[in-house]
Design a protein around this ligand. Structure first.
Ligand code: NAI
Ligand code: MG
Length: 489
């Protein structure tokens, strides 16, 4: 039901709050209440992209000259301002994404603060190396920004994922045009408001719009010097093709189907908790790094599944703003239907057993939003689509294993390679297994989130490039210039 008093937000272009050139808006929905409209945002197209990219191109000329320590100070101020508004931003994220405020949205804002402070701190590490060849010849390198970064982000952790583009890009002296996800632009606009307060106009620009109308022209704009994308593997491939036409660098953070391997000694409540965290149940499983394939050793299979089901049935699914809720709702109807289709497929497949959950109730409070409930399936058949594809819902598939070589092979039998989780107190086994896993991020006895300072990114079709770290910033947002000086008379 569209209410007449719905707020119309504006976009940030060249330091000004602007509608789109076509003056069109589109609605942002609260997914916990089907059909509700919480705000309208500008429906940007190629014309807006052009204005924003040209502004960023102009702003780059002076921003690159700002001393790194000064840039670091500004990032630190942004972090402080986010901290001062943390609760408000968390409520916005919770309302537009359906992510529970207590278990998810507040943590996301904390991560945003940590990310800005981390990159504020490491700016002085943007430097080159020297190569003294002899007394008459010297060579050195310096790291320079690319220019204008085009960034496209998804909705599942919208403000955190935007910070992972904005903070390192501008710390390194680039300017940025970021397109927020159409389902969750409001928290990102709040962050943009803070950025605009501290940064010169044009350094950070934030557009709201759809993938085809705004994302595509952004990725192909001739003044973009670097592309960075987080989202589906399918769109990531399109972005990479677009980058190929202009030979510009591209970073991609894409999907995952990450394995969790539980060894016989890890049959404990603590491991069960860790697995629930790693599966990102608190974000309804809508995470690229979710540990969605659970490999349980046959010797502990039944008792572990029992403990896991018992814990999962205690999770409270409901209104994301309710402090009692552990889990909120799926982002939108399309994703809700996609998750439902996977669950229906699992229920129909005679080689797959439904252990708990399944399709959500058709009436009652949960039917008012796009809620799904924690769902467990078990199977011996890893050919099922449930074992191969990213479901992006609270659906965990359990598979038995017997010997270590087989389980490592099964874990690696995926086109993805983002995260992996190994559960055992046998450190030798854990480290040997970690070494053989084809993933960019392996955690042993830990299911929690990424940590600023440690590189994060995918192997195989999970992506290219690293985020969260100094090396990620240097590789993604700077290019190396080698300079030689000849002192010969
Ligand atoms: P998506 O990849 O379509 O959307 C991500 C961003 O890309 C959005 O800002 C969207 O507007 C933009 N986009 C879409 N088409 C584009 C194009 N042609 N050119 C430029 N930008 C474009 O993801 P969507 O549709 O929201 O979710 C579909 C599936 O993608 C999910 O079920 C999940 O499997 C996966 N996904 C993975 C994420 C991750 O963190 N790796 C995040 C979101 C989705
Ligand atoms: Mg929404």
């Amino acid at each position: 039901m569209k209410s007449v008093s719905v707020v119309q937000e504006l976009m940030l272009i060249n330091g000004k709050w602007s509608p789109s050139v076509n003056a069109k808006f589109f609605s942002v929905e609260n997914p916990a209440e089907r059909g509700s409209v919480i705000a309208e945002v500008p429906r940007a197209t190629a014309e807006d992209v052009d204005i924003a990219v040209k502004a960023a191109h102009e702003a780059f000329k002076s921003w690159r000259e700002v001393p790194t320590t000064e840039r670091g100070k500004l990032l630190w101020k942004i972090a402080d301002a986010v901290e001062a508004q943390a609760e408000e931003i968390a409520r916005t994220i919770s309302t537009e994404t359906g992510n529970a405020i207590r278990t998810q949205a507040r943590g996301e804002v904390k991560s945003v603060i940590d990310i800005f402070r981390y990159f504020a701190g490491v700016v002085s590490e943007i430097r080159g190396s020297t190569c003294p060849i002899d007394n008459n010849l010297m060579a050195y390198t310096q790291r320079e920004p690319y220019g204008v970064v085009g960034a496209i982000v998804p909705w599942n952790a919208p403000v955190q994922l935007s910070s992972l583009k904005i903070a390192p890009a501008i710390a390194a002296g680039n300017t940025i045009v970021l397109k927020a996800a159409e389902d969750a632009p409001l928290g990102v606009l709040k962050l943009a408001r803070i950025c605009a307060e501290y940064l010169p106009p044009g350094v950070v620009n934030v557009l709201t719009g759809f993938g085809d109308e705004c994302g595509a022209p952004l990725s192909s704009h001739p003044l973009i010097n670097k592309l960075t994308f987080t989202g589906s593997t399918a769109v990531g491939k399109t972005i990479m093709r677009t980058a190929a036409d202009r030979i510009i660098p591209v970073s991609l953070e894409l999907g995952g189907k990450s394995p969790q391997i539980v060894f016989p000694d890890a049959n404990t409540d603590k491991v069960v908790d860790g697995i629930i965290t790693a599966m990102r149940f608190a974000r309804q499983g809508q995470s690229c790094s979710a540990g969605t394939r659970l490999y349980l050793h046959t010797s502990i299979f039944d008792s572990f599944v029992e403990k896991l089901s018992a814990k999962l049935s205690q999770l409270k699914v409901g209104n994301p703003l309710d402090e009692e809720s552990d889990m909120g709702s799926i982002i939108n109807k399309r994703q809700f239907d996609k998750v439902s289709a996977f669950i229906e497929e699992g229920i129909k497949d005679e080689n797959v057993e439904l252990i708990m959950g399944g399709l959500p109730p058709k009436d009652g409070p949960l039917a008012k939003g796009y809620y799904h409930v924690p769902t467990l399936f078990a199977t011996k058949n890893d050919k099922t689509r449930l074992a191969k594809e990213e479901i992006f819902g609270p659906v965990l598939l359990i598979l038995p294993w017997e010997n270590e070589e087989d389980v490592i092979q099964a874990a690696n039998n995926s086109s993805y390679g983002l995260a992996a989780f190994i559960w055992t107190n046998d450190t030798t086994k854990a480290l040997k297994t970690a070494g053989k896993i084809e993933s960019g991020w392996v955690q042993i006895n830990r299911g929690a989130a990424q940590m600023p300072g440690l590189s994060y990114g995918g192997y195989k079709q999970s992506g290219i490039g690293r985020e969260f770290s100094l090396e990620g910033m240097l590789d993604s947002y700077t290019q190396v210039k080698s300079i030689m000086i000849d002192f010969n008379d």
